[in-house]
Write a protein that binds this ligand. Structure first.
Ligand SMILES: [Fe+2]
Ligand SMILES: [Fe+2]
Length: 402
């Protein structure tokens, strides 16, 4: 049950809990392990093994704490090139606007490039980063440099053609979301592995990968706000408000992620693991940036968002179990603990508050929403397959080990 708040809940024993979210999902089925807050335990599971549940209330006392510590907007250093495309982009970034442009890249060369490969994905990442924070020592004027925009456009087309060819497509948004909402008992993703048998070095690698997105969590979805209207816009902003800490900078999800990195002995600096990130990691983030920056892909961005929100809550629950088993501190675990409750809310808000009114007003967007769901699932599966296969062989999943 979605309640617009902030709210205070009084339990049967008189205990009072508060939630200062703009909207809170309350559990009405009593299956939640974070009762009275929803943790999506109500959802269908394919199989009939009964879930063991306890009813332990989560203290909410810290939610309103705010120190308001100033956070400098640090920039990433330029990465090392991985092939001709990224060499061309990086040469332009280093040379600035006055540099002669000799990328030595023709359209034919670009079309020979692996759309999911290191060179193309790093080149795309560098072009997109200009629209977030930019790079240290690189002119801000290059953000709208027509030479980079032209190269980016060709790269994007190649990436999009590959994605559209590799997903089944369709227009049945409800069926796609239904698939996301079923938890297969024999599922074998990264969070399943980490919960059951993950080791600390694997957890740290996973967090390093995710830092490419989570240190700018929710930023690409802010670009879609002017492209929505009415209830869809209001609900999207409600989700974003929660991602940005509901007015409390200490509760911003990107900030919680940085604190987790510090607790795990990783660098929380923006872009610290860019050189270490393989193409599969960059491709997931690039797809979000691509859909965020292109107005014609705003339906696909909403599809990506519902995929992330609908799958995050149970995965975050597994991550909390993994981190407890590995002896991580409460401060380290907080990022995933927060996402169990937060994304139970966000899933409902995106499905009912954003997608339903959006498709009622613009039914022709259904195919784009389906594309966003299928493409982000495909890229998430590629990332997951890479991690699990490397770990199974005892190998690092990063280009440079931690
Ligand atoms: Fe979040
Ligand atoms: Fe979320």
């Amino acid at each position: 049950m979605l309640v617009h708040g902030p709210i205070e809940v009084t339990l049967d024993d008189g205990q009072r809990l508060t939630s200062d979210r703009a909207a809170t999902a309350l559990c009405t089925c009593h299956l939640s392990r974070r009762y009275p807050f929803c943790d999506t335990s109500h959802r269908r599971r394919s199989g009939n093994r009964p879930a063991a549940r306890s009813f332990v209330p989560i203290p909410q006392g810290d939610r309103m704490r705010s120190t308001g510590t100033p956070q400098p907007l640090t920039k990433s250093a330029l990465p090392q090139a991985r092939g001709p495309l990224s060499t061309a982009v990086l040469a332009t970034l280093r040379g600035g606007t006055a540099a002669p442009y000799t990328p030595e890249i023709g359209s034919a060369d670009i079309e020979q490039t692996d759309p999911y490969g290191d060179d193309l994905q790093l080149a795309l990442h560098c072009c997109y980063e200009l629209h977030y924070r930019g790079f240290a020592g690189v002119s801000d004027d290059l953000e709208w440099d027509p030479r980079l925009l032209e190269l980016r456009r060709q790269i994007e087309r190649l990436f999009l053609v590959a994605l559209r060819a590799d997903v089944p497509g369709g227009t049945d948004v409800a069926a796609e979301i239904d698939t996301l909402l079923v938890e297969p008992l024999d599922a074998g993703g990264v969070s399943h592995h980490l919960r059951q048998a993950g080791q600390l070095w694997q957890l740290r690698e996973y967090v390093a990968h995710r830092s490419l997105y989570n240190l700018k969590e929710a930023d690409p979805h802010a670009w879609v706000i002017p492209r929505l209207a009415g209830p869809a816009k209001a609900s999207l902003v409600t989700v974003e408000y929660d991602e940005y800490g509901s007015g409390n900078p200490d509760r911003m999800h990107a900030r919680l992620f940085a604190e987790m990195m510090t607790e795990l002995g990783l660098s929380p600096d923006y872009g610290a693991y860019l050189d270490a990130a393989p193409a599969a990691t960059l491709a997931e983030v690039n797809f979000i940036s691509l859909c965020g920056l292109h107005r014609q892909l705003h339906g696909a961005l909403i599809g990506q968002l519902v995929t992330a929100e609908a799958t995050s809550s149970p995965a975050s629950d597994r991550m909390v179990q993994a981190m407890r088993r590995l002896g991580c501190t409460a401060a380290a675990i907080e990022f995933f603990a927060e996402h169990i409750e937060a994304d139970a809310v966000h899933e409902q808000l995106v499905r009912r508050g954003v997608i339903a009114p959006l498709l009622a007003a613009e039914p022709e967007l259904a195919g784009d929403v389906v594309f966003g769901i299928q493409a982000s699932t495909l890229l998430a599966d590629r990332f997951s397959d890479l991690l699990l296969s490397r770990w199974a062989a005892g190998q690092t999943t990063l280009r440079t080990p931690l």
